[in-house]
Design a protein. Structure first.
Lengths: 327, 307
């Protein structure tokens, strides 16, 4: 596919980038001449950070992620009020939520609680759910993907058919169904979200492993008598971990959205604890007179998802310049 | 080729069987007693027992499973524990509204996504390209249901151009379709942009240019035609996402489709109805993907010849 026309700036750049980036998608390396493939193995990690620092998207994304993370971590210190406290003066005389004021910087909700405090505590729950769900999914997806890719056999076949089946369900519908059957509290929501996210990762990792295990360095390790677990741990895992990292940061944004959608549909984090989704769920009956009930949590969600998407996008570009800016 | 298509068909049937089995497991794991729920808390035990026998809930699990599969094969996806309506009937009644919304959303995706992708690919790195990147990233980061509510607030309440939800006329369709399509616009514009940039580097494009064809001709005949292939593939795969989005959008706009029905079923704890809907939707996704595969062999001679 590649005519190595070094006059073409795109191609010469792609080649230099390939050399700079050791842990890149190796399915592409089939097309790169053998000499370059050997150089890919040369560790040159700072190439990645240098690439990443050049991208404005990385800076904006990292700032947003840092902002939300700090807000979540220090919510008890920053929040002006108890998120569950219903203020006596928190509702107007006619019983409607109060607009933003000095005492309530972002207004109050339908029960006279401080919206800012609820949003800050909501950040804790929303981020914690997404973090745990993606952690479970990343571990399960990586292990199953490594196994399925390395030992092609009956087990590989079974794993991949289960993945096919899980991917056939529309994610939100499957999550709805599971929440209906399993109930919904914090732990179960984490589990449900990881069930709907991990199948895609299994496919991704398996595809990666399939091409890596055919490469020369794996063959040479095997011919030197390395055991399977050693090869997987030292030769295959390092080459798949970057895929997992990029996947995780993009999937994180998605999980925040799915969790919010579930809470909005009433099967997410149970009230009165606040998550951004159930704040919108609670506020939707009154949003015409109190639009901040919707706007505040929506903005919080957008900051988070945009931050992780920007960061994930930038990380992927920095790792693999040739798939530049693919969503 | 026939071997390939046959393999795909068998695979799809296998997935459908798996989907049905998983749905069965989930319904069976349901906490609470379906018969008791249908009869109501004050019904005598004898009535509940009679319903249990009637629904076959007194049988061992294996027999229930075989019967369940047998019924599913005949198009019986179970009955609502709420009003004992057949799930399939309830779903097919609501299906036209969902199909209408999904198609409209799909049109929005392509109508805005494709031009945006082309614009971005024509001048990679330009202001337009960067703007398209930002739009796309914001597009995939937006929570659909919240956008729906904000859109209702702005265009239904502050500036009353569109009705505040509801169903019937084309004007009711505009807001839900746009909200449903936003994520897809972002997605397709990026896919098309990258695929166009890849195709533009191919030899046959250079040949077309060097033989003096007008750039418009090269773009439409040579670049766009080939660059659309990944878009077609992803359109098939994306249907699951679209159907998932339908649930949320229908809930926001009160759109009387299968998504709204599933949501109502959740609030009624009507598990057979939910799982029936989920089963129906996943079978639809599998079959649609299968037809995309079949279409593909018709469109792309490379698949027809090699596989």
């Amino acid at each position: 596919m590649y005519t190595l026309d070094t006059n073409d700036p795109n191609i010469s750049k792609a080649i230099t980038d390939t050399i700079d980036t050791p842990t890149k998608d190796s399915s592409d390396t089939k097309d790169v001449p053998l000499v370059l493939q050997l150089q890919i193995e040369k560790p040159a990690r700072h190439g990645f950070w240098a690439q990443l620092r050049r991208l404005p998207r990385a800076w904006v994304g990292a700032t947003l992620v840092l902002l939300v993370t700090l807000a979540a971590l220090f919510a008890p210190l920053i929040a002006p009020a108890d998120p569950l406290k219903q203020f006596r003066n928190g509702l107007s005389d006619t019983g409607t939520p109060l607009p933003p004021s000095v005492q309530f910087p972002l207004g109050t909700d339908i029960l006279g609680r401080d919206v800012l405090s609820r949003a800050l505590y909501g950040a804790r729950i929303s981020l914690a759910v997404s973090f745990l769900a993606n952690l479970i999914a990343a571990i399960a997806g990586t292990l199953l993907g490594l196994w399925a890719g390395y030992y092609s056999g009956p087990l590989d076949w079974i794993i991949m058919r289960v993945v096919d089946i899980l991917l056939a369900f529309p994610a939100i519908l499957l999550a709805l169904g599971l929440a209906a059957v399993w109930g919904h509290n914090f732990q179960i929501i984490c589990l449900i979200l990881s069930v709907v996210t991990f199948p895609a990762l299994v496919r991704l990792v398996r595809g990666q492993v399939l091409s890596i295990r055919e490469m020369l360095f794996v063959e040479s390790a095997r011919s030197l008598g390395a055991k399977d677990w050693w090869i997987i741990l030292h030769h295959i895992l390092p080459h798949t971990i970057t895929v997992v990292v990029v996947w995780a940061s993009l999937s994180f944004a998605n999980t925040v959205l799915t969790e919010a959608a579930l809470s909005f549909l009433g099967v997410g984090i149970p009230l009165p604890d606040s998550s951004w989704g159930n704040m919108i769920f609670e506020g939707q009956s009154r949003y015409r007179i109190a639009p901040w009930l919707i706007l505040v949590p929506t903005t919080a969600i957008l900051i988070t998802t945009l931050g992780f998407n920007l960061l994930g996008d930038a990380v992927r570009d920095a790792l693999d310049p040739r798939t530049s800016q693919r969503l | 080729m026939y071997k390939y298509l046959f393999g795909r068909l068998i695979g799809a049937l296998g997935v459908i069987w798996g989907v049905a089995t998983l749905s069965f497991v989930m319904v069976y794991l349901m906490p609470g007693d379906a018969a008791r729920m249908y009869a109501g808390p004050r019904a005598p035990e004898s009535t509940v027992q009679r319903i249990r026998v009637q629904w076959g809930l007194d049988q061992p699990l294996s027999i229930q499973y075989v019967r369940y599969l047998g019924r599913a094969l005949q198009g019986d996806l179970g009955h609502s524990t709420r009003d004992n309506r057949a799930v399939l009937q309830a779903v097919t009644e609501r299906l036209p509204a969902t199909v209408q919304l999904a198609l409209a959303g799909f049109c929005v995706e392509l109508l805005f996504g494709i031009p945006l992708g082309i614009l971005a690919a024509l001048r990679p790195g330009s202001i337009i390209d960067q703007l398209a990147t930002v739009i796309a990233l914001i597009g995939i980061s937006l929570p659909q249901f919240a956008v729906g509510l904000v859109a209702l607030y702005v265009f239904g309440f502050l500036i009353p151009i569109f009705p505040l939800g509801g169903y019937g006329t084309p004007i009711h369709l505009v807001l839900p379709a746009i909200v449903l399509g936003i994520g897809g616009v972002a997605f397709y514009s990026r896919v098309l942009r990258n695929s166009m940039l890849e195709v533009m580097g191919e030899d046959y494009v250079r040949t077309a240019r060097s033989k003096g064809l007008r750039s418009r001709t090269v773009l439409v005949r040579h670049v766009l035609r080939n660059a659309m292939m990944p878009v077609v593939t992803l359109a098939g795969l994306d249907l699951a996402t679209l159907l998932g989005g339908v649930v949320v959008v229908e809930a926001v706009f009160g759109w009387p489709g299968i998504g709204l029905q599933a949501w109502t079923a959740i609030r009624n704890q009507d598990t057979p109805m939910i799982m029936g809907t989920v089963l129906f939707a996943s079978i639809a996704v599998v079959l649609l993907n299968l037809s995309v595969d079949f279409l593909y062999t018709a469109i792309d001679p490379r698949i027809r010849l090699t596989k």
